[in-house]
Design a binder for this molecule. Structure first.
Ligand code: ADP
Ligand code: MG
Ligand code: MG
Length: 909
């Protein structure tokens, strides 16, 4: 064991056009580390460094700090030695010091979720050495104050204590700026920076009761351990849970030679994207700052400048900056440093070609030399995801299958959200303009703090700027608005990743956290006031703006068309009304997999007849009431069949317990009694009689049709007559009548007989006929077990996985909310089985039911109509099971179509 532990490689080096790792090793080296290695190998200038593997993070969580430092010491010291040789400087040296950064990096990028510390290796003596060596005292002290600030925050826990507070170091900076009446950190004198260092160290001492660590090696290990710890920090845990990333992945740690963007006016730092992450447009874009370091651009300490001239001009229009002022005060990198710009442009082209996807890069210019610090497949909105995949396909970079696999099914959801009604927008009162950081339409009430985002059903989070702590609130809010920060600010990047509407950098907004007010042009808005954001134009609008349905068009339509080429399993929809059916058909549904008939009975004019039916004690009385319901139900079916002309429509017979239909409030009970000319007591006693201990396992489903055959008869008649009526109009209807909650063959045959006899009778009455099927839901475990018996009579199966999950787990769907969240938190269940099909357990019944059914009828049509039919991983499972179709709600149809195509493509690879 001992020797094995020692043989294992825990550290991988990169730099000088070579590397131990490469981009395929993301699981071990994290995304950042793997790509630093890859860039190094393909000749991109990356500061040399090394990556401590994600395995070590897991070891750290098991063995603790001391053991892991022991395991790592030899390799880390040897690797620092390699960096020293390559950079010609020495870590901790007082004359020729090397400084390093310690950077987190999990296998998937989690922007801002974990920690990074820059300028490690500085102390009161080294700073003087650095100043002498670079002949740049200002730079040396600026680096030192930044180091204490970052190390203090990340490693020593110097964070704000209350949400209204600002960062303790920022507070000191603000106070000094105020005293010196300056606005920008670049205006500090050398003495100011020295004072800041002194004050920072005092603050650390006061708050932690310890001196700031002066030993570079102690600093280095402190930062490495802090990065490991950040994997289990609140922010990272929340982000992981949000995306379903397991805790045992761990983070890698990258230690890398510092390059300095804060050396003066020939230095700087920036962020860039090979395409537009918001819209997908194929234009190189990004932001930079001169004489700045690390996160300055993202944190919005100064107004960042655009990289390209085109971007700069577009920005100026939005920021209402005149061309003269733009060119003088905010020139693009392309104009200001054309040589560096050309080099950067070359790298961005090379990297996008190499990775065959849109890249998000970080760079630093040190005294005229360009270094690339990071590249990754850029996070993007749903819109951009679709456009970029289609563009890369058209450019010939990727093929059709790859284009389809590039689309994250759930992210299509963003394209299916309502958009602002163009008519309503015309009369909207635009109060200010920011940058269109993440497209979409958002309307909600103003909140000023992330932890208050759930105060209203629809909230808009309004901040001066956002920070990683705000993640949860940003996710809850409908939209995000910031006064500071550019297109690559934290708010913008995170919002695009979430597909959330965001307007950033709206400089005209004055936000006061203490009073909870937003002031624009002398007009004050308060917590709880409605505002609307247009993430595509950057407009900030007073009040609510009406929205309309989105459409399948442009690249979205193209990618959907492509799914049809590869998908073999069809997608139907669950729809109870002609309107739902139409929406779903526009989204490409190939039929209806579930029409619930009970919803139709809840409408005002019908509920009365339904109640009369339920309340009557005689068959005759029930038949009378059903006679009233028949024409209404028939109309409903005609509407739905017409909307789905030529496509199959599965109609489920009445399913819920009758108790759900009767009135429970005294006033409505009285009305009903009057209407029916019976006593209130009679109504009350009937209601009481219908009450059940376990309604989910009670008198419902086919049990209703078996005890009250006249209900089945009426419904069968409504369906068949509707189809015949349409036939007369020349419209083809293809009804598939579905009997719910079957557990035995005899139950099914009982209902089937009623349906077929009713149909036969109607055909004789009208001297005409249509084709129809009679099948069943498989939603009781016994039905799955005896599927071969049931298939003797049933024309089709549709797995009702909501009930099947409920009955297989024994979890009541209506009560599971009390314990499921705790189960998930404690890791007893990984996900909610009502959302994601439990392939291991419930899945066995689905497989078995399908196999047994098809052993009797090889062509048996099989589908699924539970909520799972629109959940991508469940759709893939249905494909593997050999289902003919999945059925899901109208808005999930595009998602299911894509998931179906992806399942077939993965199968073919
Ligand atoms: P995140 O994962 O949050 O993006 P990073 O590790 O990328 O954090 O680092 C934060 C910032 O510091 C980035 O802007 C990055 O480019 C910069 N940075 C990191 N390491 C160095 C370095 N060795 N030299 C200069 N800048 C660095
Ligand atoms: Mg980064
Ligand atoms: Mg059911």
């Amino acid at each position: 064991m001992e020797t094995l532990e020692n043989i294992k490689t825990r550290v991988y080096k990169f730099g000088n056009k070579s590397a131990d790792g490469d981009s395929t090793m993301k699981n071990l080296l994290g995304g950042k580390g793997a790509n630093l290695a890859e860039m190094s190998k393909i000749g991109i200038p990356v500061p040399p460094g090394f990556t401590i593997t994600t395995d070590v993070c897991t070891e750290y969580n098991l063995l603790g700090e001391e053991a892991v430092v022991n395991l790592l010491t030899n390799e880390v010291e040897a690797s620092i030695d390699t960096i020293e040789k390559s950079m010609g400087a020495k870590f901790g040296d007082k004359e020729n010091p090397l400084l390093v950064s310690v950077r987190s990096g999990a296998r998937v990028s989690m922007p801002g979720m974990m920690d990074t510390v820059l300028n490690i290796g500085l102390n009161d003596e080294v700073v003087i050495g650095l100043a002498n060596k670079t002949k740049n005292e200002r730079f040396a002290w600026d680096s030192y104050r930044r180091f204490i600030q970052m190390y203090g925050g990340v490693v020593l826990g110097m964070k704000p204590e209350y949400k209204e507070d600002i960062d303790p170091f920022e507070e000191i900076i603000e106070a000094l700026k105020h005293k010196r009446t300056i606005e920008l950190d670049t205006d500090f004198t050398i003495q100011d920076l020295k004072d800041l260092v002194y004050d920072f160290k005092e603050a650390v001492k006061k708050r932690t009761s310890h001196d700031f660590p002066t030993n570079p090696w102690e600093q280095l290990w402190g930062a490495i351990i802090a990065v490991f710890n950040s994997w289990n920090g609140d922010r990272a845990v929340y982000y992981r849970n949000m995306h379903g990333y397991p805790a045992d992945w761990g983070t890698a740690v990258n230690v890398q030679a510092m390059v300095y963007g804060n050396m003066g006016n020939n230095s700087g730092t920036g962020v860039c994207f090979t395409r537009d992450a918001g819209t997908g447009e194929n234009v190189f874009n990004g932001e930079y700052l001169i004489n700045a370091q690390g996160e300055d651009v993202v944190a919005g300490v100064r107004t960042p400048q655009q990289i390209t001239k085109l971007g700069s001009e577009r920005w100026a229009v939005l920021a209402k900056v005149e061309e003269d002022e733009r060119a003088e005060k905010y020139p693009s990198l392309e104009e200001l440093m054309p040589t560096i710009y050309n080099e950067l442009n070359g790298y961005q082209e090379k990297l996008e070609k190499h990775y065959r996807d849109m890249q998000d890069m970080e760079f630093t210019m040190q005294d005229g030399k360009l270094w690339i610090l990071q590249t990754r497949n850029g996070k993007r909105t749903g819109f951009a995801m679709v456009k970029i995949a289609m563009d890369l396909l058209k450019e010939g970079t990727i093929n059709e299958k790859e284009a389809l696999l590039r689309i994250e099914p759930n992210k299509l959801d963003e394209l299916l959200h309502p958009i602002f009604d163009p008519k309503a927008l015309k009369s909207a009162n635009v109060i200010a303009q920011g940058l269109p950081a993440s497209p979409g339409a958002a309307t909600g009430k103003i909140v000023f703090f992330a932890d208050e985002a759930n105060k209203y059903k629809n909230s808009i989070l309004v901040r001066i700027e956002t920070s990683p702590e705000d993640l949860e609130g940003m996710n809850i809010a409908k939209g995000i608005l910031t006064a500071r920060g550019g297109m690559t600010s934290h708010a913008a990047v995170v919002a695009r990743g979430m597909g959330k509407c965001c307007v950033s950098g709206a400089g005209a907004l004055k936000i006061n956290y203490k009073n909870r007010t937003l002031t624009v042009d002398g007009h004050e808005y308060h917590d709880g006031d409605w505002i609307s954001l247009n993430g595509s134009t950057g407009n900030i609008i007073e009040g609510k703006v009406a929205t309309t349905e989105p459409e399948l068009s442009g690249e979205f339509a193209e990618i959907m068309e492509l799914t049809d080429k590869y998908a073999t399993m069809q997608v139907r929809t669950n729809a109870d009304s002609p309107n739902d059916a139409k929406i779903a058909r526009n989204f490409g549904a190939q039929g209806i997999g579930l029409t619930r008939t009970e919803h139709m009975f809840f409408e005002v004019d019908r509920i009365k007849a339904m109640r009369e039916m339920i309340l009557s004690d005689t068959v005759k009385g029930r038949k009378e009431a059903l006679k009233d319901l028949l024409p209404m139900q028939r109309d409903d079916f005609e509407g739905i069949f017409e909307a789905m002309a030529g496509l199959p429509v599965t109609v489920r017979l009445l399913d819920p317990p009758l108790h759900e239909f009767v009135p429970h409030q005294l006033a409505t009970q009285k009305d009903l009694a009057d209407d029916m000319h019976i006593s209130l007591e009679a109504v009350k006693s009937k209601v009481a009689e219908l009450e059940e201990f376990n309604p989910m396992l009670g008198h419902r489903g086919c049990r209703l049709g078996i005890t009250y055959p006249e209900i089945t008869e009426m419904q069968a008649r409504a369906i068949i007559e509707a189809a015949l009526n349409l036939k007369e109009k020349g419209i083809e209807a293809k009804p598939e009548i579905m009997v719910p909650l079957i557990g035995t063959l005899a139950e099914f045959e009982n209902q089937e007989k009623i349906i077929r006899e009713t149909a036969k009778q109607i055909f004789e009455e009208r001297n005409d006929s249509i084709e129809f099927l009679v099948g069943t839901m498989i939603e009781i475990p016994r039905a799955a077990l005896l599927a071969d018996k049931i298939a003797q009579s049933a024309d089709f199966f549709s797995f009702g996985t909501n009930d099947l999950t409920q009955m297989t787990f024994g979890y009541s769907r209506d009560d599971a909310g009390k314990f499921l969240p705790i189960y998930i938190e404690k890791g007893i269940l990984k996900v909610d089985p009502f959302e994601v099909l439990d392939q291991e357990g419930v899945g066995q019944l689905v497989k078995m039911g399908t196999e047994r059914g098809r052993s009797i009828k090889p062509d048996l049509k099989v589908g699924i109509c539970g909520e799972h039919g629109g959940e991508p991983s469940s759709v893939e499972f249905c494909y593997q099971t050999g289902m003919n179709y999945v059925s899901c709600s109208p808005y999930r149809v595009p998602i299911a179509r894509l998931a179906s195509a992806q399942a077939a493509i993965k199968d073919s690879l």
